[in-house]
Design a protein around this ligand. Sequence first.
Ligand SMILES: [Zn+2]
Length: 131
Amino acid sequence: MTSAEVFQTLVPAEVLQTLVPAEVLRAYAGRPGCMCGCRGRYVTTPVARAEAEVDGSLDDADVSETEVTRVLRLVQAAWCEAGAEGLELDVGDEFQYFYAARGRRVHAVYLTMAARARRLAAASAAEEVSS
Ligand SMILES: [Zn+2]
C-alpha cells in the first residue's frame, strides 16, 4: 500500500472507530436511495442540535443521544466487516460522513464541524510523520 492508500483506507477506519457521540452532528437510519429523510430518520444530540438546526428546525423527537449512539455503534460494527459480501461502505470528503449499507438498511453518521477540523488536523499530522 502506498501512503496515499493508507491515508484513504486505514485513516478513515481509525477515525470512525474512535468517534464518540459528541462528535456526531446527525445520525441516519433508514432505507437505501434518497437520503433526504423520506426513507428514514435523522437524529442529533443535544450538544449538536444548534449546529444541526442550521439546515432547518428540529422537533425534540429528533434529538436523541441514545439513538445517535446506537447508529454510531452500527456504523462502527459494519466497518469492522469491510469486504463482507453485500456490504457497502463510504466516507465523505474530509470525514464529512461515514456510511454503511447492507440489504435494505442504511446507517450513516455526519460529523460536527469541530470534530471534522480536529480529526483532519490529527490525520494530516500523522500522515506527515509516516511519509
Ligand atoms: Zn427523499
